[in-house]
Design a protein around this ligand. Structure first.
Ligand SMILES: *[C@@H]1O[C@H](CO)[C@@H](O)[C@H](O)[C@H]1NC(C)=O
Ligand SMILES: *[C@@H]1O[C@H](CO)[C@@H](O)[C@H](O)[C@H]1NC(C)=O
Ligand SMILES: *[C@@H]1O[C@H](CO)[C@@H](O)[C@H](O)[C@H]1NC(C)=O
Ligand SMILES: *[C@@H]1O[C@H](CO)[C@@H](O)[C@H](O)[C@H]1NC(C)=O
Length: 308
C-alpha cells in the first residue's frame, strides 16, 4: 500500500518536473517588453533574457537608467522612456513597440514598474499618499497591459505581472499591499478572460529582495517625516514608543531581504519561456514557507502572527 503510494508520488513529481522543464523553441524570434528596467528585477531580467538571445524592448523611467542598461547588453536590446502614470507616455511606448514588432506581435509583457513608500500606519496618511501608489502600481500596469494586448493576442503570448507576497497577505500598511491585491485581482481576471485567445498570464509574488524600493533608510525617512508632520493629538494617541517600534519593524523586514534577484527573475524567465508556465510563482523562502501557507490558514492565525 505504502509502496504504491510512494511510486505514485514519484511518478507525479517526475511528470511535474518533466512538464515544467520543457522550454520553447526559437526564443531568439521573440520580443519581450519589460517595464521598470532602471533597477532591480526589471534590469536583471532584461540582461538575463538578452543573454538568452531574446529581443528585449526595455522601458525605463529615466535616460540614465536606459543608458546604463544599454552598456551591459547586446545591440538587440532597445530602450524606450516610459512613465506608467502618464497615459500619453504609455500610448507612445505602445506605438513604438507596434512599429518594431510589426506582424510578429509581442511575445511577452512584463509589468514590473512599481513603488512601495509610504509605508506608515494608515491613519498617518492622506488620500494622495494612496493615490500615488495606486496610480503607478495598478492604473499604470492596467494601462500598459490594455495598450499592448492587441500585439500580445497576435502572438498568443505571455503576460507576467510582478505582484508581491504582500498581495496575498496584508502585512504592511499604506497603499502598497492594496495595490498588490489589485494586481492579483486584475491578473486572475485577465487570465480567465484571455484563455480564449491562447494568452497566458502569470503572477510572480516575491518576498524580500534588495531592490531600490526596499531601502530601510528611505522607508524610515518617510516614516519619520510623516511622524513629524502629523497633528500633536495623533502623536499623543499613538505615542513615541509606537513610532520607534514601527521603525524597528521596517528594519526587521528589510534585514530579511536577499541579494539574489535571480530567484525572482528565474521565475519570470520560466513564465516567458516554458511551454507550460505556472499561473503563480512564490519567490523566496518567506513567501513559500511563511506568508503563502499563512494566507490559507484561518484569519485569526494571521492576525495573531502579524499583530503590531
Ligand atoms: C523555429 O524556426 C525554424 C527556422 O526559422 C522553423 O523552421 C521552425 O518551424 C520554428 N519552430 C517553431 C516552434 O516555431
Ligand atoms: C510621470 O508622469 C506624471 C503624470 O504626468 C508626472 O506627474 C510625473 O512627474 C512623471 N514622472 C517622471 C519621473 O517624469
Ligand atoms: C504588474 O507588475 C507591476 C509592477 O510591480 C506591478 O506594479 C503590477 O502590480 C503588476 N501587474 C500585474 C497584473 O501583476
Ligand atoms: C537608500 O536610500 C538612501 C536615502 O534615500 C540613499 O542615500 C541610499 O543610497 C539608498 N541605498 C540603496 C542601496 O539604494
Amino acid at each position: 500500500m505504502w509502496l504504491l503510494f510512494l511510486v505514485l508520488l514519484t511518478l507525479i513529481l517526475l511528470y511535474r518536473w518533466y512538464r515544467q522543464s520543457q522550454i520553447l523553441e526559437n526564443l531568439s524570434d521573440k520580443y519581450v517588453f519589460i517595464t521598470g528596467c532602471d533597477t532591480g528585477f526589471g534590469r536583471q531580467l532584461a540582461k538575463q533574457l538578452d543573454h538568452k538571445g531574446m529581443k528585449i524592448l526595455a522601458a525605463c523611467l529615466t535616460e540614465t537608467g536606459a543608458k546604463e542598461l544599454k552598456k551591459e547588453t547586446s545591440s538587440r536590446l532597445q530602450t524606450v522612456i516610459l512613465n506608467v502614470t502618464d497615459s500619453q507616455s504609455v500610448s507612445a511606448a505602445a506605438k513604438w513597440v507596434a512599429d518594431i514588432v510589426t506582424d510578429k506581435g509581442l511575445w511577452g509583457l512584463v509589468n514590473n514598474a512599481g513603488i512601495l513608500t509610504p509605508v506608515t500606519p494608515n491613519e498617518w496618511l492622506k488620500r494622495d499618499d494612496f493615490r500615488r501608489i495606486l496610480d503607478v502600481n495598478i492604473l499604470g500596469m492596467i494601462d500598459v497591459t490594455i495598450n499592448l494586448l492587441p500585439l500580445i493576442r497576435k502572438s498568443k503570448g505571455r503576460i507576467v505581472n510582478v505582484s508581491s507576497i504582500a498581495g496575498r497577505l496584508a502585512f504592511c500598511s499604506g497603499g502598497y499591499s492594496i495595490s498588490k491585491f489589485g494586481v492579483e485581482a486584475f491578473s486572475d481576471n485577465l487570465r480567465r478572460e484571455l484563455k480564449l485567445f491562447g494568452v497566458k498570464v502569470s503572477i510572480i509574488a516575491p518576498d524580500f529582495f534588495k531592490t531600490a524600493i526596499l531601502n530601510a533608510t528611505q522607508i524610515k525617512e518617510h516614516v519619520t517625516n510623516t511622524w513629524k508632520k502629523i497633528p500633536q493629538k495623533l502623536k499623543d494617541a499613538y505615542g513615541e514608543q509606537y513610532y520607534q517600534n514601527y521603525c524597528k519593524f521596517i528594519d526587521d523586514i528589510c534585514s530579511r531581504s536577499s541579494t539574489k534577484l535571480t530567484v525572482v527573475t528565474d521565475c519570470m524567465e520560466h513564465a516567458l519561456t516554458a511551454v507550460h508556465p505556472w499561473t503563480r510563482y512564490s519567490a523566496g523562502p518567506y513567501a513559500k514557507f511563511l506568508y503563502m501557507p499563512l494566507s490559507y490558514l484561518p484569519t485569526f492565525v494571521a492576525d495573531y502572527m502579524l499583530r503590531s
